[in-house]
Ligand binder design. Structure first.
Ligand code: ADP
Ligand code: MG
Length: 701
């Protein structure tokens, strides 16, 4: 106990910190107690035994560590165009250093004629190497470099000015480890430690900050990454076991008339094998007496809606009501239209409830839901309002789940005494290991196949110079009877400017595509819902040829006759968003195209995004690249989960450890579900002290 309390000591009590630095550490790095500092890991290490000479630089793909002096600092230009150069020399030659940012600070910090260690990746600029924004360290004679790989920590200008540069932070860690390293408590059982040949926890913390050699560094990393992932897995697996064991669910025993009639008479096409497979998985889960919580993942256009509909028919066969909740009104309307069309010949009641339903409509719907007349309700957030009460809600589908908060989802569960079975659908492809971590408590089905006959979408990237050719191509598409989407970015921070762009784009296109031959529509988020819907319907029914819009059409919109998607300022969109937008075409039999428009000058990252889009349409590959570009913390919807606030593990690169941690957690809970065995006390104790996982371990005694 006392050890744990020690780790929770406020950081201001650490030798070398004090109240002022404590405030900075808290505001800049979120370090509040000893344990936070312990978990503030170096992002790289300097091996002081390996230096290069300037004359040895011959590649722009590796990092170099050099020792030498800096001279001839000169700054050019003003404002955003400002640039600082300096010459770095050792006894073998010299190389230019360049800065575009933080120039004032560099000028103040660097002393000429003093020896520095610099670290960076050279650029090959017209046959000459330069290093942009190198890391710079003063040579410190007090630290015994021979002995340690020297840790480097991220800090910022504010911290550095107060003495908390990387070296300052490593000094704090020395102070901390000197006082507490002996008492950092273990949290893995003897069995797990010996099975994996793991370092003791206290040693792992010492070595990750001050590794005596590479081997111990790797060992300490491995142990700490495992530990982090293992405790997450224990939480999510426990949550799922607990729910399967404890929570009652409805049993959908029968596959009856609704399902069979639809399947034999009204199903508009043969199901894909992947659709058949997931329906089987869901059906078997629905038949069990616990509450289903299942994630259905399938790339855009893979046919998730139909799967959802078939499951809702099974619910109806068992006299239960179903609800389908979509994140936007456009989507809800579309689901409603396509579902009522498919069910047209059948005797089943379906209604739609959204924010723009009139009071009179609501009244009827509320009544019919309560008395059980309505079997399927489709809608938006309006469905979760307290006034909406069901007769016997048994099955809930949540479309594009990443658009909903956890709390909103949970609200639908409370609409029946026994919670309904839940199917959450997402087209945002997340890598398997990420799903294991983020949705590890859910069961998982995936549609990994598109309906037959879909031709891969051809994706091209053009700059403004090709505008006329793009217009010509649009005309060809429209002449063939097909339709075109043009999407403009609308980012909240620059909303007014973006709306102006959209309007100007609309006018420019109206001039090149005049009435009566061409008809244009426009939709954006600022329009009245009923006008938006009017425009969407016009496009869906082929009345308009070109739909100019913002990303309101990003998810789910389904107009198979549209075969060309043009994305303006494509460089401003994220990869997964581009993938979602592109998924609006390629839904019919016709060859479809996606044209990415951008200016010529692009950042490396934007270039990678656009190149990726041109090269592949594999949602999982795109998700992987997206994750690498942005880091997992940025992935849509993951911030709010709080689960992926990882300190040391990396979901993509540590894939093997994710799997191993999950298997280990599984085995452990199989053997000792409530962690009651003496040998597992150490694990349970840690869980009770750290409420970091999704399962409340205090609930079981
Ligand atoms: P998403 O998974 O993106 O939600 P949808 O459910 O909107 O995909 O389906 C995309 C399109 O494919 C729709 O037009 C739908 O009618 C059609 N579709 C679904 N399943 C099949 C199938 N088995 N064969 C042919 N077309 C299908
Ligand atoms: Mg969909």
């Amino acid at each position: 106990m006392s050890e744990v309390n020690l780790l929770e000591t406020p950081i201001k009590f650490l030798k070398g910190v004090g109240p002022k630095k404590a405030i900075l550490l808290s505001s800049e790095l979120n370090i509040n107690v000893f344990e936070d500092l312990l978990n503030y890991f170096p992002f790289r290490y300097i091996d002081r035994s390996k230096f290069f000479k300037v004359s040895e630089i011959n590649s722009d793909s590796i990092f170099y560590q050099l020792k030498g002096r800096i001279s001839r600092m000169e700054s050019f230009g003003k404002g955003r165009g400002q640039r600082l150069t300096a010459v770095f020399s050792d006894e073998t030659g010299s190389i230019q250093l360049v800065w575009f940012q933080g120039i004032k600070w560099i000028i103040e910090k660097i002393k000429t004629n003093k020896e520095y260690i610099i670290y960076g990746k050279p650029n090959n600029y017209r046959g000459r190497y330069t290093i942009n924004h190198p890391e710079i360290e003063e040579i410190d004679n007090e630290i015994d470099f021979e002995k340690y790989l020297y840790p480097v920590y991220h800090t910022g200008d504010k911290l550095s000015i107060s003495g908390l540069n990387s070296r300052g932070i490593s000094q704090l860690l020395i102070n901390l480890l000197q006082s507490i390293s002996k008492v950092i408590p273990e949290n893995l059982s003897q069995k797990i430690l010996s099975d994996n040949n793991f370092l003791a926890r206290k040693d792992a913390f010492v070595y990750i900050h001050f590794p005596p050699n590479n081997e111990l560094l790797e060992k300490s990393k491995k142990r700490l990454i495992f530990e982090e992932l293992f405790f997450i897995q224990l939480g999510v697996i426990k949550l799922r076991l607990h729910r399967n064991l404890k929570s009652q669910g409805h049993i959908f025993k029968n596959v009856g008339k609704y399902f069979n009639d639809f399947y034999s008479k009204y199903l508009p096409f043969e199901l894909t094998n992947a659709q058949k497979k997931v329906i089987k998985e869901i059906r078997s889960d629905m038949g069990k007496p616990h509450q289903m919580n299942r994630l259905l993942q399938g790339d855009v256009g893979s046919g998730k809606t139909l799967v959802a509909l078939l499951c809702m028919l099974i619910a109806a066969d068992n006299s239960y009501q179903s609800a389908l909740m979509a994140p936007t009104e456009i989507l809800a309307i579309q689901h409603y239209n396509s579902i009522t069309k498919m069910l047209a010949g059948m005797d089943i009641n379906v209604a739609i409830l959204t924010g723009s339903s009139t009071t009179a409509q609501r009244k009827i719907i509320h009544k019919n839901l309560l008395d059980g007349t309505l079997q399927i309700i489709i809608g938006t957030h309006a469905l979760i309002e307290d006034v909406v009460k069901f007769n016997n809600l048994g099955f809930v589908v949540i479309d594009e789940q990443h658009r909903f908060g956890v709390a909103q989802r949970a609200k639908l569960w409370t609409k029946n005494v026994i919670p309904p079975d839940v199917l959450v659908m997402t087209a945002t492809p997340i890598p398997r290991t990420m799903a294991m971590t983020l949705y590890g408590d859910l069961d998982y089905s995936v549609i990994d196949e598109l309906p037959m006959g879909r031709k891969p979408i051809i994706t091209l990237h053009f700059t403004e110079a090709y505008r006329l050719r793009v217009f010509k191509f649009m005309k060809e598409i429209i002449d063939k009877g097909h339709q075109v989407y043009i999407v403009y970015p609308l980012i909240e921070e620059s909303e007014t400017l973006d709306l102006k762009n959209l309007m100007e784009g609309y006018e420019a296109i109206s001039r090149s595509f005049p009435l009566p031959k061409y008809k244009l529509g426009i939709v954006h988020g600022k329009m009245e819902p009923k006008n938006k819907d009017f425009e969407m319907q016009n496009f869906a029914h082929g009345i308009t040829n070109i739909l100019i819009s913002t990303t309101v059409i990003e998810v789910g919109v389904d107009v198979p006759n549209a075969s060309l998607m043009i994305i303006e300022n494509a460089n401003r969109f994220g990869l997964s968003q581009l993938h979602q937008l592109r998924g609006r075409v390629g839904r019919g039999d016709e060859q479809s195209y996606c044209i990415l428009m951008s200016e010529g000058r692009l950042s490396n990252e934007a270039k990678t995004r656009l190149e990726t889009m041109v090269e592949t349409s594999d949602g999982f590959r795109i998700a992987d690249i997206d994750l690498k570009l942005r880091g997992p913390g940025d992935l849509q919807g993951t911030q709010q989960s709080g689960l992926l606030d990882l300190k040391i593990a990396d979901i993509i690169n540590d894939e093997k450890i994710v799997k191993h941690a999950r298997a280990t957690a599984n085995n452990l809970l199989e053997d000792d579900p409530n962690l009651e065995k003496k040998e597992n006390f150490i694990i349970k104790n840690y869980l009770l002290m750290h409420k970091t996982t999704s399962f409340d371990w205090g609930k079981i005694s």
